[in-house]
Design a protein around this ligand. Structure first.
Ligand SMILES: Cc1cc2nc3c(=O)[nH]c(=O)nc-3n(C[C@H](O)[C@H](O)[C@H](O)COP(=O)(O)OP(=O)(O)OC[C@H]3O[C@@H](n4cnc5c(N)ncnc54)[C@H](O)[C@@H]3O)c2cc1C
Length: 444
């Protein structure tokens, strides 16, 4: 028997792969199948962002006198309706997983002591174990963080009223995405970022993100020192470069990243943030124990978790393959999908252009917000080293582009590419243009 701890993207995909290969698989899930992605992460953000973009578009159409009113949201309906859909998706995932032959045990906590896996207090006789226990929100050690009115992505569905004033602690993708959502919903949002906001993001995408968050106050190098209130949050005290400030808020959202959930995994080697250390086949320091997904540390992305689940399963099936982490596309979902994948920026040439008018951007032409396309390339041979694409469908484009980069495509390979029109795929035209420039430069 193979025991898998955690039914999130990593554990579930591993379980299906192993059961489909004829293995006896027990999947232990303490909460809901689908993990953080379905219950607290990607799906809720996507659900809330759909509403935010709808409100955003309504405002654009209203300003152009095309629609009479901007709809009001009924905040209380959002989480209950969202939850019903999440349950529906969970039941599809449950059926799909069981149909593959996986036995699922819900509501039990699994743990490891070396090679021995326990379900509750009961040791199991397992031929191999996969730890896919995921991650949890990183909660900074701030006085008052436990006050009522302080939320994380996990507790957000408990928010009963739209806050008038919302403080967001964090300066990464998660903070940016929630800031856009609450800004569009009508809250007055302030981001407190301990360092530079979106500091690991390409500078053109970062500028675009800041433009799309123009209604949000972004305080950089701002360290939240304490959260005050008698029973409920009333204010946050922040140390900035210049001074200490206190601002009144109705709620705070802690969106300061994720940390591996590994405290129940004893005996395996871990790194400085508790991430389980694995080799390129997801094998831990204990023979027969594998780990995959967020529990192994960043980048904390569902496709990476799934991919690692497949690799762990294949290692158990003695069909080893290795994980290549170089070509991982990512996105930041604001008004547009700001998507990117960069492999090597050092010494690379780059060209950036505004996104074209098309579906989802036509009515944004007056505001000059049609997104952008950017390519990074080797000026000698045109090899693609990275790209950014921001616009509707940016995430879809990025997945394919990253795959082509992995296949070592150069900008010249796009000479024969025929795009769909109208669409917002500015990147393909830009690749052809870049190819022409490089050819002219080299006299070809
Ligand atoms: C707000 C937010 C937004 C996000 N947005 C995106 C996005 O846009 N794109 C993207 O790719 N990723 C996104 N992510 C990250 C994504 O959700 C994770 O990378 C992904 O869910 C990781 O999958 P996993 O299977 O490793 O872990 P998880 O999804 O965390 O699943 C782990 C599972 O293990 C269970 N578990 C934990 N401990 C035990 C135990 N001891 N016994 C039994 N079961 C246990 C948990 O209940 C959970 O179901 C987001 C995350 C958050 C929080």
């Amino acid at each position: 028997m193979i025991v898998i701890l955690g039914g999130g993207p990593a554990g579930r995909i591993a379980s299906i792969r192993l059961a489909s290969a004829g293995k006896d698989v027990q999947l232990i899930e303490a909460g809901g199948i689908g993990g953080q992605c379905l219950h607290f992460g990607c799906m809720p953000v996507c659900a809330l962002n759909d509403i935010a973009r709808f409100l955003h578009s309504s405002r654009i159409f209203h300003n152009l006198r095309i629609v009479d009113t901007i709809p009001e949201i009924s905040f209380s309906a959002i989480f209950s309706e969202m939850n019903a859909i999440q349950e529906k998706i969970a039941s599809v995932l449950d059926t799909e997983t069981r149909s593959a032959g996986v036995k699922i045990i819900y509501g039990k906590i699994g743990r490891l002591e070396g090679k021995t896996v326990f379900i509750g207090d009961e040791p199991m006789d397992a031929e191999a174990v996969i730890a896919a226990t995921g991650s949890r929100p990183n909660i900074p050690d701030i006085e008052g963080i436990d006050l009522d009115g302080v939320y994380t992505p996990h507790t957000l569905p408990g928010m009963k009223k739209l806050p008038k004033k919302l403080a967001i602690i964090g300066g990464g993708v998660m903070a940016a995405e929630f800031a856009y959502i609450f800004d569009m919903f009508g809250s007055e949002v302030t981001i407190f970022s301990r360092s530079t906001f979106l500091k690991n993001t390409d500078r053109h995408l970062r500028s675009l993100a800041i433009k799309e968050l123009e209604g949000v106050e972004i305080c950089e190098n701002a360290c939240v020192r304490s959260i005050s209130g008698s029973s409920r949050i009333q204010s946050v005290c922040v140390k900035t470069d210049e001074k200490d400030i206190s601002i009144d808020v109705d709620a705070t959202l802690v969106a300061a990243g994720l940390i591996p959930r590994s405290e129940m995994l004893k005996g395996v080697k871990k790194g400085s943030i508790g991430e389980v250390v694995v080799d390129c086949q997801m094998q831990t320091s204990v023979a027969g124990v594998y780990a995959c997904g967020d529990v192994t540390g960043p980048p904390y992305l569902t496709p990476v978790a799934r991919y690692q689940g497949v690799i762990a399963a294949d290692a158990i099936l003695k069909k080893p393959r290795t994980m290549d982490m170089r070509y991982i596309p990512q996105s930041i979902n604001l008004a547009h999908e700001l998507a990117f994948c960069t492999v090597e920026t050092e010494g690379a040439g780059s060209i950036v252009i505004p996104g074209p008018a098309g579906p989802g951007t036509f009515w944004s032409v007056p505001q000059g917000d049609t997104g952008l396309a950017k390519v990074l390339f080797d000026s000698d041979n045109g090899a693609l080293r990275g790209f950014c694409t921001a616009g509707p469908g940016g995430g879809l484009i990025a997945g394919y582009m990253a795959f082509l980069m992995k296949r070592h495509f150069s900008v010249h390979d796009f000479d024969e590419f025929v795009e769909v029109h109208p669409s917002t795929d500015g990147i393909y035209g830009l690749l052809k243009y870049t190819s022409d420039i490089l050819k002219k430069r080299s006299g070809n």
